[in-house]
Design a protein. Structure first.
Ligand code: ADP
Ligand code: ASP
Ligand code: MG
Length: 603
C-alpha cells in the first residue's frame, strides 16, 4: 500500500461542483488501496478577496492580522471537502495546519516550515481516513503558537513538505492546466505540455514567474527526492513529472531552513570581456552575441548593467581557451555597434581581464532569504577581496574576483556557509538529453528595479548595501554590478542595480536613502515599470548561440534590453513592462517551443 499526497489548488475547489469532483477523485484513489493525505487551497479567488477586504480597511495592515485573515480561506475548503467525502461514504477528517503540527518560523506572511509532526496524521490514516489538510498555513514554534502563512501560492509547499515528512510514495499537484507548459498558456496560446522537467530547471522557472508551482515546493522535492507530478484536476492525463536527483539522506528537522547554501563552485578557467559605452537601443546585444555565435564561441556569464547617458556596458565571461577569439570578435564589432542609429561619436571600448575566477554559492534554500547574498559579499569583504562582477539567479550568486584571491575566497566561504567539502568544479552537470536547449520561458511583471549610482568600488560596499536590505527583510533577485568605473573626487565608483518585488521597492529605496552615512554621495533610482523575461533550460550549457537567439527575438520586436543576467541554465532580460508579454511570446516562438495542441485554460 502506498501513501500519496494530493494537492488541489483554488480553481480546482472553486465551486460546490468542483469540490464534489475532487471528492470523487480522492475517493477513487483511497479505494485503490492508497492512503491519501489531501492538501487544499482556498476556494477560487478567496484569498485575493480577503486581501482586498484588508486593504479596504488599512493601507498597511499588520502581517500578523493578515495571516489570521488569510488562513481562514483554506479552513472553509477543508471542511467542505470532508463533507463531500463523507457524503460519498468515504471516512475523512479535516485538520488545520496547527492541528497537524506544521511548525514554522514566526515570520508572518512568509514563514518557512521547521518541521511537521506526523503522529496525528499517521493515526488518522491508520483508522482508514482520508486526512484533509489546510494548505498555506502553519503554527509558529514560539510559545504563543501564532498562526502563520507560507506566502502566496504556498499550498504547494505544504503538500510537498507533508510528502517529505511522511516519506510519501508520491506527491500530486492538481491544478487548472494539464501540467507544466513551455510558457503560461494564459499569455502564450500555443504553449505545450512537457512530459518531464528537472527540478533544477523548474526551480528557475518557478522563481522567474511560472506560478504553476511555488519555488519552495520544488526546493523541498529536490532536497528530499519527493516524486512530484503536476497534473490537471479535470482529466486523467499523466501531467508533468519533476525529476529530482537522488538525494543524500537528510533529516526533515529544520525542513526549510537547514543548509541554505548547498555547494560552492569555483571556476578559474575564466576570462572576462567587457564592452563599455555601447549604445542603449534595441538590437545591440543581438548584434554582439550574434557575431560571437557565428564564430561558435560558447559564453558563460553575461551581464548588462543600467545605462547612463544613452550607453550601456555589457560584459561576458568565456573559458580562457577561447578568450583570444572572443576578444578579436569584440574588437572588430565594437566600432560598428549601433553606428547606423547613433550620432554619438564615442565608440565602445573593449577591456579584457585574463586573471579572474568565478566563485559561486548555490542552493535552493536562498530563495526569498535576504541575508545570503549579503553574507557572501561580507565574507569576501572581510577577506579583503574586491568583487569585479556580480551575477545572481534565484538559486545562485556568482562573483568574479581576481584569480589570485580564489583560494582565500574558497576557504572563507566554506567556513561561513559550513560547506565541508572542497568546491566542485564549475562543469556541466549530468543533463538528460533534450533536443531543445530551452525548455520553457517565463515572465515576471511584479518586479521593480533599483539602481544605485556611484557606489565606492572597495571591498565591502556590496556587503553593506545588501546587508542593509536584508535587515529590512527585503529579498533581492537579480543583482548586477556595472563594469564602468568612474573616479569621483579621487574615489573609484561603480553602479549597482538589482530587482526586488514591487511590494518591497519603496521600502528598499527608503532604507537605502536613510543609509546616507554608508552610501555617501550615491544616487538611488527606482523603476517599477519593468518586466523580467527569462529562458530556462539545462541544455543551454555548452551550447553557443542561445543568448544571441533570445536577444535577436527581442530586437526584431524593437524591444530594448535594460539589464541582462545569466546563470548556467537561464538568461533573464529586463525590458519595459508594457513590452513584457510581446517579449515572452517572441522568445517562445524563436525557440520553436510552440505546438499545435491547444491547452484549455479554465476561468
Ligand atoms: P492553483 O490554484 O492550482 O495553485 P495557480 O494559479 O497557482 O493554480 O497556478 C496555475 C497557473 O499557473 C495556470 O493557470 C497558468 O496560468 C499559470 N502558469 C504560469 N506559468 C506556467 C507554466 N509554465 N505552465 C503551466 N502553467 C503556468
Ligand atoms: N490560498 C493561497 C493563495 O491564494 C495559497 C495557495 O493557493 O497556494 O495564495
Ligand atoms: Mg498555486
Amino acid at each position: 500500500m502506498s501513501l500519496v499526497v494530493q494537492k488541489y489548488g483554488g480553481t480546482s475547489v472553486g465551486s460546490v461542483e468542483r469540490i464534489q469532483a475532487v471528492a470523487q477523485r480522492v475517493k477513487k484513489t483511497a479505494h485503490s488501496g492508497d492512503s491519501v493525505v489531501v492538501v487544499v487551497s482556498a476556494m477560487g479567488k478567496t484569498t485575493d478577496g480577503l486581501v482586498e477586504l484588508a486593504h479596504a480597511i488599512s493601507s498597511n495592515p499588520c502581517r500578523r492580522e493578515m495571516d489570521m485573515l488569510l488562513s481562514t480561506g483554506e479552513q472553509v475548503s477543508i471542511a467542505l471537502l470532508c463533507m463531500a467525502l463523507q457524503e460519498l461514504e468515504q471516512p475523512a477528517i479535516s485538520l488545520t495546519g496547527a492541528q497537524v503540527g506544521i511548525v514554522t518560523e514566526t515570520h508572518h506572511s512568509r514563514a518557512r516550515i521547521l518541521h511537521i509532526e506526523t503522529e496525528r496524521l499517521q493515526r488518522h490514516l491508520q483508522e482508514g481516513k482520508v486526512v484533509v489538510v489546510a494548505g498555506f498555513q502553519g503554527i509558529s514554534s514560539s510559545t504563543d503558537m501564532e498562526i502563520t502563512t507560507l506566502g502566496r501560492g504556498g499550498s504547494d509547499t505544504s503538500a510537498v513538505a507533508l510528502a517529505a515528512s511522511l516519506r510519501a510514495n508520491r506527491c500530486e499537484i492538481y491544478t487548472d492546466v494539464p501540467g507544466i507548459l513551455t510558457a503560461d498558456p494564459r499569455l502564450v496560446t500555443d504553449a505545450q505540455l512537457m512530459a518531464e522537467i528537472t527540478a533544477d530547471e523548474m526551480l528557475e522557472l518557478a522563481s522567474l514567474g511560472a506560478k504553476v508551482l511555488h519555488p519552495r515546493a520544488v526546493e523541498i522535492a529536490r532536497n528530499y527526492g519527493v516524486p512530484l507530478v503536476v497534473l490537471s484536476s479535470w482529466t486523467d492525463d499523466p501531467g508533468t513529472k519533476v525529476i529530482s536527483p537522488l538525494p543524500s539522506p537528510r533529516s526533515t528537522a529544520g525542513l526549510e531552513i537547514s543548509l541554505p547554501v548547498s555547494a560552492l563552485e569555483c571556476d578559474t578557467d575564466q576570462a572576462k570581456v567587457a564592452l563599455l559605452r555601447v549604445p542603449d537601443h534595441p538590437g545591440i546585444a543581438a548584434q554582439l552575441f550574434g557575431e560571437i555565435a557565428v564564430q561558435d564561441l560558447d559564453i558563460d556569464l553575461i551581464i548588462q548593467s543600467i545605462h547612463e547617458s544613452n550607453s550601456n556596458d555589457i560584459a561576458f565571461t568565456v573559458s580562457k581557451g577561447i578568450l583570444q577569439r572572443a576578444e578579436a570578435v569584440s574588437e572588430a564589432i565594437a566600432p560598428t555597434l549601433g553606428r547606423q542609429q547613433t550620432t554619438d561619436p564615442e565608440t565602445a571600448e573593449v577591456i579584457v581581464e585574463r586573471d579572474i575566477a568565478k566563485i559561486s554559492i548555490t542552493g535552493a534554500g536562498m530563495i526569498g532569504r535576504p541575508g545570503i547574498a549579503a553574507k557572501m559579499f561580507a565574507t569576501l569583504a572581510a577577506a579583503g577581496i574586491n568583487i569585479q562582477m556580480i551575477s545572481t539567479s534565484e538559486v545562485k550568486v556568482s562573483c568574479v574576483i581576481a584569480s589570485q584571491d580564489s583560494d582565500l575566497a574558497i576557504e572563507s566561504l566554506c567556513q561561513t556557509f559550513q560547506i565541508p567539502s572542497s568546491p566542485i568544479p564549475n562543469s556541466p552537470s549530468l543533463v538528460p538529453y533534450h533536443p531543445s536547449p530551452v525548455r520553457g520561458v517565463a515572465l515576471d511583471l511584479k518586479q521593480a528595479r533599483v539602481a544605485i549610482r556611484y557606489v565606492q568600488d572597495y571591498p565591502g560596499s556590496a556587503a553593506k548595501i545588501f546587508g542593509l536590505l536584508a535587515e529590512h527583510n527585503i529579498s533581492v533577485d537579480m543583482i548586477i554590478q556595472s563594469q564602468r568605473c568612474r573616479v569621483i573626487n579621487g574615489i573609484p565608483t561603480r553602479d549597482l542595480a538589482f530587482t526586488v518585488s514591487q511590494a518591497d521597492a519603496e521600502t528598499a529605496r527608503q532604507a537605502l536613502q536613510q543609509a546616507a552615512p554608508i552610501l555617501e554621495k550615491t544616487e538611488i533610482l527606482l523603476d517599477t515599470e519593468i518586466a523580467k523575461v527569462s529562458i530556462v533550460g539545462a541544455g543551454m550549457i555548452g551550447q553557443p548561440g542561445v543568448a544571441a537567439k533570445m536577444f535577436a527575438a527581442l530586437a526584431q520586436n524593437q524591444i530594448n534590453i535594460q539589464m541582462i543576467a545569466t546563470s548556467e541554465i537561464k538568461i533573464s532580460c529586463v525590458v519595459a513592462q508594457d513590452q513584457g508579454v510581446i517579449a515572452l511570446q517572441a522568445i517562445h516562438q524563436a525557440f520553436d517551443l510552440a505546438g499545435s495542441n491547444k491547452v484549455e485554460v479554465p476561468v
